[in-house]
Design a protein around this ligand. Structure first.
Ligand code: TXA
Ligand code: MG
Length: 349
């Protein structure tokens, strides 16, 4: 299959520039598009054949449900069994934006889209291109992240191209995304709203709107016998090809520890890389030092993380070391992704 690449204006995409993508999605085709979090691989959420094609293109297990993207709250009402007050409050506070809600479904969205579950994940993205695509096509779009299953989520159209060209109909290139980590997922089917995946909308922001909120015990990694509730959080994910180790502790000790590990790995003949920050990059002694962002501007770290993991793959790096990023607002989301990428391999400096 030939994959069509369309370049659009990120802030003001014209309807003409999107017309071919709109035609393809209405016909049951697959179209990757930018959102404010990561690029999504879209198909018509009501069309079971389109959902099957999404799973095939990504190599994704078919029990891992897709998120349905909408542009108006009335579409949520159309696809859920009931609308709890909590969903209205969250939508008022955070939609359009990087928040996904899980609610009981009715029969409008087929089980192929929800991985066989009787609940449905719904999100109203804020990215101008995603909004124009949803509004103009009038299609509710099922979209997982537009990466091959197991690779870091794509934050540029080039990442999508790397993984999926030849397997999907179209990629809408709207430049680099803003946030760089996937949406926060909150499950409203439990008595206490539960965060199944941390993201830019953090626990504090949610609890200011809902009162009590809890983290899914399955994603905290405290008890290995408790599985994450979101099927996608159970799989090995966001994994670079090399071995990634997170080094925790005081900054100076972390630098010393990483430099010692790098030295030992180089002596053993490995290709080694370090994930550094603007504040620390000059302190490492290694050929391959990639700067993920600035600690004093934590959004930059979220924004660049997945791109950096892909860069290490491209460079053929076998052993990687990173500092830890427990930053105040988005640190929980960054560390959730980083821990998965590292297979929970953490050492104390
Ligand atoms: O930011 C995002 O959410 C991006 C953009 C494209 O919107 N999408 C995204 O989709 O990250 P995906 O498929 O990569 O991740 C969806 C996650 C998976 O972990 C999946 O298991 C979970 O949401 N999920 C979807 N429906 C669910 C449901 N009904 N119950 C529990 N978890 C669900
Ligand atoms: Mg994904």
């Amino acid at each position: 299959m030939e994959t069509l690449k369309i370049t659009v204006d990120k802030e003001h995409p014209s309807i003409e520039s999107l017309s071919e993508a709109i035609r393809l999605i209405k016909e049951g085709g697959l179209v990757a598009f930018p959102t404010e979090t990561v690029y999504g691989l879209g198909g018509d959420a009501k069309n079971p054949e389109a959902s099957k094609k999404i799973y095939a293109a990504k190599g994704r297990p078919s029990d891992n449900p897709l998120i349905v993207h909408i542009h108006d709250f009335s579409e949520l009402e159309e696809i859920v069994a009931e609308v709890p007050e909590s969903a209205r409050k969250l939508a008022d506070a955070f939609w359009p934006g990087p928040l996904t809600m899980i609610l009981p479904k009715n029969d409008v969205i087929p089980l192929e889209t929800t991985g066989g579950l009787d609940t449905v994940a719904i999100r109203m993205p804020s990215h101008p291109v995603a909004r124009a695509f949803l509004t103009e096509s009038k299609v509710m779009i099922a979209a997982p992240s537009a990466n091959t299953s197991g690779r870091p989520s794509p934050t540029t159209a080039d990442h999508v191209w790397e993984d999926l060209h030849g397997k999907i109909d179209c990629i809408i290139d709207g430049g680099s995304v803003d946030i760089g980590l996937e949406s926060t997922i909150v499950d409203l089917t439990d008595e206490i709203p539960t965060i199944l995946r941390p993201g830019y909308i953090n626990e504090k922001m949610l609890s200011e709107v809902l009162g009590q909120v809890r983290m899914d015990p399955g994603i905290l990694g405290v008890d290995k016998n408790v599985r994450p509730k979101a099927p996608g959080m159970r799989y090995k994910h966001y994994a670079p090809k090399g071995d990634l180790t997170i080094v925790e502790g005081d900054r100076d000790k972390v630098v010393l520890k990483i430099n010692a590990c790098v030295k030992a790995d180089l002596a053993a003949g490995f290709k080694v890389g370090v994930i550094a920050t603007e504040e620390t990059k000059a302190l490492y002694d290694c050929d391959t030092i990639l700067t993920v962002g600035e600690r004093k501007n934590e959004d930059t770290i979220a924004h660049n993380l997945y791109g950096i993991l892909r860069d290490f793959d491209e460079l053929g790096i076998e052993k990687m070391y990173t500092e830890s990023f427990d930053t105040p607002r988005i640190g929980q989301a960054i560390m959730n992704r980083l821990l998965k990428a590292a297979g929970h391999h953490v050492i104390e400096a």
